[in-house]
Design a protein around this ligand. Structure first.
Ligand SMILES: [Zn+2]
Ligand SMILES: [Zn+2]
Ligand SMILES: [Zn+2]
Length: 256
């Protein structure tokens, strides 16, 4: 299994427009963060989590050649606004499975009404095959690739995290319910939301993220959805062994 970070930034991206802080003006490529998304490749399948507002740029940058499924965590703009850009893949390979929870489907059908209720002829539309996921109800892309949707809470919004065999990806959350913690045992790699050092009402911040990592005990953990408060090199020393700030382009592979 290989997980590639296509983007690790908070909703504004880093650098943030018009900001001249130490991170936003940094030359370190690890301080340049597109909007959050990961690509998970395993058993001949390529799965994208979230069509971020930077999806087109990410697909070109990382040479994305095909996708077998798209999983959505939730419908905030930074996670979903790249959906229209799956069209070149549709033109080549046809419709793409799109997996989201019931709540997200209400928003997807409203935001992208033109996909589901086309009002004119001409102009290619994204082609999706809708699938509704439920927390704790796993599904298989093929016999070697099990995906378990997990429920987490993002402020008040129920959001999906996903477990891929022994990797898990959990962004945009402020709370992990006990049943999800129970489904996060024996992880090789955990990717977890961590916006910044200071508390936040809808995201994890460093102390809280480390508390959860302590409870979950993955073999290694990567923090994502990072704001400009965090400067990669300067702030890496603040993390315990086995925990890293993710950065765009970082690849995580399992031993297998
Ligand atoms: Zn977000
Ligand atoms: Zn800044
Ligand atoms: Zn969000």
């Amino acid at each position: 299994m290989k997980l590639t970070f296509l983007g690790t930034g908070t909703s504004t991206g880093v650098p943030s427009i018009a900001c001249e802080c130490e991170t936003c003006t940094s030359d370190d490529p690890r301080d340049k963060r597109l909007r959050v998304s990961v690509l998970v490749e395993h058993a001949g399948q390529s799965v994208l989590v979230d069509t971020s507002s930077d999806f087109r740029q990410q697909a070109l940058r990382y040479g994305l050649k095909r996708l077998d499924a798209v999983l959505i965590t939730h419908c905030h703009a930074d996670h979903i606004f790249g959906l229209d850009d799956i069209r070149p893949l549709n033109f080549r390979y046809g419709a793409l499975g799109l997996y989201a929870n019931e709540r997200a489907w209400v928003d997807i059908r409203r935001i992208f009404k033109y996909i589901f209720e086309p009002s004119h002829f001409g102009g290619g539309l994204p082609q999706v095959i809708p699938h509704t996921v439920e927390p704790g109800a796993p599904f298989c892309l093929n016999e070697d690739f099990l995906i378990t949707p997990l429920g987490v809470i993002h402020g008040r919004l129920p959001v999906m995290a996903y477990r891929f065999n022994d990797f898990a990806y959990a962004t945009d959350l402020s709370e992990i319910p006990p049943e999800t913690l129970a489904n996060m045992q024996r992880l090789d790699a955990l990717v977890l939301d961590c916006l910044r050092f200071k508390e936040h009402p809808t995201h994890l911040w460093l102390d809280k993220a480390l508390e959860y990592i302590d409870q979950i005990k993955p073999r290694r953990a990567y923090l994502t959805h990072i704001a400009h408060d965090v400067k990669h090199a300067r702030d890496s020393v603040k993390l315990p062994a086995g925990v890293e700030w993710a950065y765009d382009g970082l690849e995580v592979k399992d031993e297998g």
